[in-house]
Every structure is written in C-alpha cells, then in structure tokens.
Design a protein around this ligand. Structure first.
Ligand SMILES: [Ca+2]
Ligand SMILES: [Ca+2]
Length: 324
C-alpha cells in the first residue's frame, strides 16, 4: 500500500505545505487609484520557497461592482504569462492594465476589484490576491466674488471650474451649485444646475452663476461636477453676509450714511453702475419703489433680528419672492 499517496489524498493542505507552497500577493494598500485615461498599475510579488525552479502562470481579471453587486463577470488576460522562478527566489511582477480596458466600465458609483490569477504546478492562487480599484475624480475649484464677507442684498458671482488634466475627454457633464439658504440664485432657488456637454483633454470648464445675499450670517455653497465618464467632484466656498436690507455700508444699521449712498445709487439709476445693494427690490434699477423699502428699513434703524429665518420684516419676505 502507498502510504504517501493515501496521505496526500486525505490531507491536500498538509501536502501543499510539505512541498513548500509558493505565494502570490498584490503589494501595497487595500486600494489602487487610477486616474481617468491612465493605465492601472499593480505589483504582484511571487515567491518560490521550494529548492528547485518552478513555472508560474500569471493572469488577472477585473470585476466591476456597485456596492456588493458584480456588474459583469470579468475582463481578463488569457492565456496567462509564464514566469520561471529559481528555487528560493522572490520576484515582483508589474501588472499593467490599459485604460481602454477599464474605460467601458468607468462610471460614477462603479468600483473595481482586481484579482491576480496565478498558478504554479497544479496549485492555483486565483482569489487570493485582490485589491479594490478606485477611478480618481478630476478635482474642481469654486470661487466666490466678492470673496469672504459681503453685504446683505449684494450680488455674488460663483465660478465653478475644472481643468481636464486627464488623458481623455470628460463627457456628459452636469454642473451644480447649492447654497445653504443665504444665497438665492437667479432662478429664485437655492439650487441651480446645467448640462455642460464635454471638456476635451487640456480644456477648461467654467460654470458661472449669480446669487443674491438674502440672509445674515455665514453660508456654505457647494459646487459639484458630475460626469458619465468619471467620478463626481465637489468643492465648497464660505460666504459671510453682514448687514440687512438698506444697510448699504455693511455697518449693521440703516442710517444717514446709508441714505447718502442710496442717493448716489439713485442718481446712477441702472445696476450697474448703481450699487446693486441699493436695488432693494432687485429689478435692475434704483428708483422710487426702492426708496419706499429703504424708508421702512431706515425707520427700523438697527439690523438686529433682520434677515434671520425668524422675525423677518416685510422687505425680507419680498426679497424671497422677487418680481419675475
Ligand atoms: Ca449702514
Ligand atoms: Ca429697484
């Protein structure tokens, strides 16, 4: 009776250990980042602890997933590449997966799982060398002008921009701006968005929109760019709003100094050159109807409690429902 053969059949794992099992590991952290248009690169470390040379067959495959759901079975390199390691040798093998292979699946919310598929003699190591692959987003920039502190009722320009430094066009772009409730966009909403088409390699995108400061206090505005070909990116900008309706110098009260500025704006009439903060009803001209609102604000004097969500004056309510 062949005791050795019987032992091998009953104890396959012990058998593998006895012949000095080779190893295959993807080196690095749990996640591999790949930029849009760039090749995915990963290092596979092979080890042959046996006393004699052995042939390794190396392949890889990618699964596209959303959450735990696998989108498609796999894309893979087969037949596998052959590598011979001497006895006791450890060697790093570079795996390179071109972007054209990844691109058809590269969509927002899709991640990938890279598996190195390795066999040595009759022992297969598929499933043991895995890494998550994240398609990096293209960063965006958001600028407010004027920056920092603005006066109540001032016009603020928001510029959401993107530079395509990747190796392929970014397609199907949607740009979006969302205010925290203190900046009202020209569409009379706290949120505005538009389809922006595509940005070629090396090209720039600018999404510039106008908003009005309608509430005192600090506010955060979020700008987001999403695309059908890459992950979404977002940026934030903070704006601090001082004063109240009619407080044209930002001193937190409506007094003679503001009236002087209001008269100057009245002379100019059209916005611009007239100060937009003097156009209290926001119809593009500074005239009698603004004077009526200014007089109410002047009689009130202090900005205390004005422009907050509670205890609002009639002028504030008018601001939130401006003439179409
Ligand atoms: Ca003032
Ligand atoms: Ca007006």
């Amino acid at each position: 009776m062949d005791i050795s053969s019987t032992y091998k059949q009953a104890n396959p794992i012990a058998y593998q250990v006895n012949v000095q099992t080779p190893t295959a590991v993807l080196v690095g952290g749990p996640t591999v980042a790949v930029g849009v248009g760039q090749a995915l690169s990963a290092t596979l470390r092979l080890s042959n602890p046996a006393g004699t040379a052995r042939e390794f067959l190396i392949g890889w495959y990618l699964n596209g997933t959303t959450g735990t759901r696998i989108l498609e079975k796999r894309i893979a390199t087969f037949p596998a590449e052959s590598v011979v390691l001497d006895g006791g040798e450890t060697r790093d093998i570079q795996l390179t997966i071109p972007w054209v292979t990844i691109e058809p699946w590269a969509r927002p919310l899709v991640s990938f799982e890279l598996t190195a598929s390795v066999s040595c003699d009759a022992i297969s190591f598929a499933q043991i060398a895995q890494r998550s692959v994240v398609v990096s987003a293209v960063p965006v920039n958001l600028i407010a002008a004027p920056a920092g502190t603005v006066r109540f009722n001032d016009v603020v320009y928001l510029d959401l921009s993107l530079h395509n430094s990747t190796a392929q066009a970014i397609e199907g772009i949607t740009a979006r701006l969302v205010s925290g409730g203190s900046l009202l966009f020209a569409n009379n909403s706290f949120r505005i968005e538009a389809s922006m088409g595509s940005v070629p390699v090396g090209g720039e995108l600018h999404y510039v929109r106008v908003a009005r400061a309608i509430r005192k206090g600090s506010d955060k505005i979020a700008g987001t760019v999403s695309s059908v070909t890459s992950s979404g990116s977002s940026a934030m900008v903070s704006v601090n709003i001082v004063g109240c309706l009619g407080d044209l110098d930002g001193g937190d009260s409506v007094d003679d100094a503001d009236f002087s500025l209001f008269v100057q704006a009245c002379d100019a009439c059209l916005v611009p050159p007239a100060d937009p903060a003097a156009d209290l009803n926001r119809d593009g001209v500074v005239e009698d109807s603004d004077l009526a609102l200014f007089t109410q604000a002047y009689d009130r004097g202090s900005c205390e409690g004005i422009g907050l969500s509670k205890n609002r004056g009639s002028a504030d309510r008018e601001l939130e429902n401006p003439p179409k």
